[in-house]
Write a protein that binds this ligand. Structure first.
Ligand code: SF4
Ligand code: F3S
Ligand code: FES
Length: 241
């Protein structure tokens, strides 16, 4: 029996929500017919369109391997990383849109400044004013395990921009910031918890969360985002009593 070629090709239709605020009154859908291989990811298809069909298409990407977090976009209505989704898993028509809730600069490129402002507000770095010991700051494997999941965040914004609370109120600090606060709040060596909880306890902080779970479903790193938010809520309540 003949063996099928390793890279089967097929025709797909790619619908991309385009918008250039300098030229367009409103966003519109552009369509491209593309020959894709079964091994292609959505990022490969976007490259093919940009490099061979329409050089004006704009999107961010860097590592192409699920590490840098720069190519989060809405693919067939779901927040994903374009470099991690295989075309063969999406059917013959693929839709691509920018992530929601952030201002579109051009096509898939959104203004990430508000997202990073929230991230910076939770002091996402190690704080410890106790003089350093002569050796290492020891931490047991069990203590390290408590915040292991939240160390895996790549700041792609898929969680925050899938949150209905964030869509309605762009001032909500958002799940990504809370995840990155969690990473330090539960680090036994850190001493900045009170400052972080003060930020998170404010009006647009973590009490805005309505446990919608979209964030957990959207996270390409499999971080239990909602669980992390609930952990931080409990910590805040515990410290208030
Ligand atoms: Fe992305 Fe997950 Fe981090 Fe949110 S928690 S920014 S979805 S990696
Ligand atoms: Fe939003 Fe996630 Fe809470 S989707 S409402 S931050 S559980
Ligand atoms: Fe870096 Fe996709 S390009 S995560």
């Amino acid at each position: 029996m003949a063996t099928a070629p390793a890279n089967l090709e097929r025709q797909i239709r790619v619908r991309i929500k385009r918008f250039n605020p300098e030229q367009d009154k409103r966003p519109y859908w552009a369509e491209y017919n593309v020959t894709a291989r079964t091994t292609d990811r959505v990022l490969d298809v976007l490259h093919q369109i940009k490099w061979e069909m329409d050089g004006t298409l704009s999107f961010r990407r860097s590592c192409a391997h699920g590490i840098c977090g720069s190519d989060a976009m809405l693919i067939n209505g779901v927040n994903r990383l374009a470099c991690k989704v295989l075309v063969k898993d999406l059917g013959d028509t693929i839709s691509v849109e920018p992530i929601r809730g952030l201002r579109v600069i051009k096509d898939m490129i959104v203004d990430m400044e508000p997202f990073f402002d929230s991230y910076k507000a939770v002091l996402p770095y190690f704080i410890n004013d106790t003089p350093a010991p002569s050796g290492e700051r020891y931490q047991s494997p069990e203590d390290r395990e408590i915040f292991d999941a939240t160390t895996k965040c790549i700041l792609c914004a898929a969680c925050t921009t899938s949150c209905p609370v964030f869509w309605a109120n762009g001032s909500y600090i958002g799940p990504a910031a809370i995840v990155n606060a969690h990473r330090f709040i539960f680090d036994s060596r850190d001493e900045g918890t009170a400052d972080r909880l003060e930020v998170l306890g404010k009006a647009n902080g973590l009490w805005r969360c309505r446990t919608a779970y979209n964030c957990t479903e959207a996270c390409p790193r499999g971080i239990p985002v909602t669980q992390a938010i609930e952990d931080v809520k409990r910590e805040l309540l515990w410290r208030r009593t």
